[in-house]
Design a protein around this ligand. Structure first.
Ligand code: PGA
Length: 246
């Protein structure tokens, strides 16, 4: 695990610069992206870089990390909608393929299996960007999610549903979603856990320093051999992160 702490004012720029560099190195990247408040400023800067000709998404095969179920398809909280409004709508040449967990399928379990198959057919995920939930979730892998979970429908915790309503403007409180599992995420070659804001400091400390286990699903990422935690200095208690990085 490597921990990169940036000043809060430049954190989004730093992450965007790294992502743009990665896209230049490997233009046909198979990429997993999250949605939500954390990556939003990063995507804004990535859009700027793409428009300036620094990199392109045109060769990318994109997999969304998760999607909310049981809310209208055009709801502002739908992850497909957020990735469009925060990133894809602003670039001329979008990814060559975009995959979203199919929460509207008549057979959601079969759609989840098909999602895993599509990831395998793409050759696996090269780079997965991830957010961190206040309760330690990653994707929609709520506390209790084990390391051997794969893409599946999950029941959301009340705090996650409330966050979707309050922060993403969901018109109805989502009760469930479909998420890549912890196992799906651990199979990606490189993981970047993005953490920003003072409100994430406590949970980040648990993720980095607490016991590794399903109670704090993001702690399970510490078992990955290419995990980079990109934190701003509001989220990272430097004493904690320095020790954890040793
Ligand atoms: P946020 O959500 O980026 O909107 O804080 C992270 C998460 O809940 O996974």
């Amino acid at each position: 695990m490597r921990i990169e702490v940036s000043p809060t004012a430049t954190w989004a720029d730093q992450v965007a610069v790294r992502l743009l560099a990665r896209l230049r190195e490997q233009p046909n990247l198979t990429l997993c992206l999250p949605t939500g408040a954390t990556p939003r400023p990063v995507y804004q800067r990535v859009v700027g870089g793409i428009r300036a000709g620094e990199a392109s998404l045109a060769g990318v095969e994109l997999f969304l990390l998760d999607e909310f179920g049981g809310i209208p398809i055009d709801d502002p909280a739908r992850c497909a909608r957020m990735i469009a409004t925060d990133l894809l709508d602003h670039v001329e040449n979008g990814p060559r393929r975009v995959h979203v967990p199919d929460v509207d399928a008549s057979d959601v379990a079969a759609a989840c299996e098909a999602y895993e198959d599509a990831i395998a057919a793409a050759g696996g995920i090269d780079l997965a960007l991830l957010g961190l939930g206040a309760n330690g979730h990653v994707g929609m892998n709520e506390p209790g999610s084990a390391a051997d979970t794969y893409t599946r429908a999950v029941r959301l915790h009340a705090t996650t549903a409330e966050h979707a309503t309050r922060s993403y403007g969901a018109s109805v409180s989502p009760a469930w979603g479909v998420t890549m599992g912890i196992g799906t995420i651990l199979e990606a070659r490189t993981l970047w856990l993005l953490v920003s804001g003072r409100h994430k400091r406590k949970v980040l400390t648990r993720v980095l320093r607490g016991p590794i286990g399903p109670e704090v699903p993001a702690s399970l990422l510490r078992g990955h051999d290419d995990l980079v935690v990109h934190a701003d200095d509001d989220a990272a208690d430097l004493r904690t992160t320095v020790n954890a990085g040793e």
